[in-house]
Design a protein. Sequence first.
Length: 249
Amino acid sequence: MGPFDVAGKRVLITGASRGIGYALAKAFAEAGAEVAILASGEQVVPAAASLERATGRAVRAVRCDIANRAEVYDKVGALGPLDVLINNAAICVQTPTAGPRDEVDEIFERTMAINLSGQFYVTRAVVPNMGSGGSIVFTGSVWSKAAGADYAAYCASKHGLIGMMRALAHELGPRGITVNAVCPGTTRTEMNETGITPEVRKTYFAQMVVHRGWIEPDDMAGVFLFFASPAAKDITGQALGYDRGQVMF
């Protein structure tokens, strides 16, 4: 196996029926990995079929709400040994403090349940069957390092994700498992096109140092492949920005 080779690796990608997760699943399958994709909606099944047509490789579909820990332990645990976990699932909805009390509170709780608690449940379901040389990669955000008005829940969840990632890197390092995060900038996904206001989007495009505008999901797949490959065996606890210079730390 070469330093950047992921062929034959068993990979689970959450939130992969569309957007970044779908692009990552396609890239891993094309690189020869054995891919399973997970999402909460029924679209995960046609997404897997689409990936199979595009790559010529079998892709397993798992329908699961990662906020439901019993469901996670049942369905993810049934996948057996995995070499790579991409914790990508997330939601992004505004939670202004001045918004309707019950509505905003419910969105806040659901955001934390998916973007943070759910990532922990999936990781706990995978780790017992992951051996030395395994890798876990979280999809963070520029808002893992910065923040924006009206997005308290999303920002809190993504900041928390980096803390959890680093704690897991310490915990799992002795077992030979690396844990890292990729923090995308403003990426062209359905969630971002509907969840981020035009004003915020314009501001973030202006902060890009090179190639201002949408980052395409396919463009960042190589970074995830790198973290999952032997080339990154000595890298752990890192949050790498893929953001065209939006946030430089």
